[in-house]
Design a protein around this ligand. Structure first.
Ligand code: PA5
Length: 463
């Protein structure tokens, strides 16, 4: 089970100006938190509430279909190529990087147990796309194109490029190398998949991209590279039960959300840093950045008042960020809450040889890299306290399917609770839609001609 330690946000450690009286706050907010948790659980099955992700721990049917598909294509492909952007791929990248053996794509087929390599195209940089397509053998590649809306320009342009190349390489058989993950009813990808006969997985209704990692969006690529999706689902199911607890003293998602909310509203800490001490976890902060930024960054509250709510999420990972961002965290504006993620036990131990004993680095010899990383983390934590900077610590026992699923799910639940504390809709993204519309206008999509004219005028001012 995940553990959360909030001691370094408490008044007893940080002092009056920057610390919170945590026990007092938990007691004061106990009723409100209990109401929020009850309300989320009551609303979760209501259409339009966008809370269906809270049911993904119980989605046995999809898990069965995904496993069935993965076993059907087992051994047929050398590569999986995932196409998508934002919530459609950030979870996939974070989880595969955490759970596959390090440098997976560089391992031999034997070292990968004959499982495929995995590549993500998560942007539309022409050089990167051309570069990857120049080295991938598309005849041996299964392409998983993921877009809930089915018409996101970045994803669909990637797909159009890749589809043509696949058809050139495979003729009509190219269809067998495509899996579409999209909405059940709407969207262009849905229509194309029907027309062309691609295998389809559905993104269930009422699950936004940034909350979709445990739907078919993530489960398909995870199963294709051999991750144990039963363990993932068990992890979510177990922690979901814990996080249904309406008592804030027993619910770490509620604690995490409330501490950030109070640090923002009472102590001016408007940034949230996620800093795992593990390279394997280094893309989890990217996923967290999107989750927090799109969910909590809102102009209006639910009463229609302008609030411009939001925490600014910052990604980091230790020990590397000690040599990049820590100077800012320690001595720059005291406006951040840093959350450390500590891994209880690494898969391996790395001894530092006892050499150079006669030099200033001799003290390292005979220790382990594991010891060093732990010492780095505690040193950073203490330095933040010295500078009266608040921090939280999440501990996961080890990096495996069960624990990683719990970590991500807890962060999703805390985001939903935060949305309720700020009284904003954490599940829409009007600021993103606005830019999508501008881009459609500029690229000449039918129906957007009017906005194109006014947009070009505004662009004239900028040039
Ligand atoms: O979280 C979100 O909703 C967004 O980041 C979407 O995932 C992103 O815009 C991609 O959308 P789609 O899956 O419709 O292509």
């Amino acid at each position: 089970m995940l553990k959360l330690n909030w001691k370094c946000t408490d008044i007893s450690v940080l002092g009056q100006e920057h610390g919170l009286n945590i026990e007092q706050e938990f007691n004061d907010y106990a009723g409100k938190i209990s109401d929020i948790i009850k309300s989320l659980n009551q609303r979760k099955d209501k259409p339009g509430e966008c809370l269906q992700w809270m049911n993904l721990g119980y989605n046995e049917e999809t898990v069965w279909y995904v496993k069935e598909f993965a076993s059907m294509v087992e051994g047929r492909f050398d590569n999986i190529l995932v196409l998508g952007i934002g919530g459609s791929v950030l979870g996939g990248i974070a989880v595969t990087e955490a759970l596959l053996k390090p440098y997976w794509n560089m391992l031999s087929a034997e070292q990968r147990n004959n499982l495929p390599k995995i590549f993500f195209l998560d942007n539309i940089d022409p050089d990167t796309i051309n570069g990857l397509l120049a080295v991938l053998d598309l005849r041996k590649t299964l392409v998983n194109v993921i877009t809930k809306s089915g018409d996101t320009a970045e994803t669909m342009s990637q797909f159009m490029v890749v589809k043509n190349l696949m058809q050139e390489a495979l003729g009509d058989d190219y269809r067998k190398n495509i899996v579409a993950t999209t909405d059940k009813k709407m969207g262009i990808l849905r229509q194309l998949a029907d027309q062309e006969g691609y295998k389809i997985f559905y993104v269930p209704d009422d699950i936004g991209g940034r909350f979709s990692v445990f739907s078919s969006v993530g489960l398909v690529p995870f199963a294709l590279v051999g991750l144990d999706i039963d363990k993932i689902i068990n992890g979510i199911k177990d922690i979901d039960l814990e996080l249904k607890n309406t008592d804030i003293h027993q619910n770490i998602a509620a604690q995490f959300a409330l501490i950030h909310y109070l640090m923002d509203t009472k102590k001016g800490k408007r940034s949230t840093v996620l800093m795992p001490y593990s390279s394997r976890l280094k893309y989890i902060p990217d996923w967290y950045v999107q989750l927090i930024a799109e969910s909590l960054g809102k102009k209006y509250n639910r009463a229609g008042e302008i609030v411009n709510a939001g925490l600014t999420p910052i990604k980091a990972y230790g020990a590397t960020a000690q040599h990049t961002k820590l100077q800012l965290f320690n001595e720059g504006p005291n406006d951040k809450v840093v959350t450390f993620i500590r891994v209880g036990e690494f898969d391996t131990t790395l001894d530092i040889p006892k050499i150079f004993e006669y030099t200033g680095i001799g003290y390292l010899g005979g220790k382990t890299v594991n010891d060093l990383l732990r010492a780095e983390m505690y040193s950073t934590k203490v330095s933040l306290v010295d500078n009266q900077r608040p921090s939280l610590s999440i501990t996961i026992d080890k990096i495996d399917e069960y624990n990683i699923a719990q970590l991500l799910y807890m962060l999703e639940v805390q985001t939903a609770i935060s949305g309720e504390l700020y009284n904003i809709n954490a599940f829409d993204q009007p600021g993103v839609e606005q830019v999508k519309d501008y881009m459609y206008a500029l690229m000449g999509r039918a129906g957007y001609e009017g906005s194109a004219t006014s947009l070009r005028e505004k662009m004239g001012i900028m040039s």
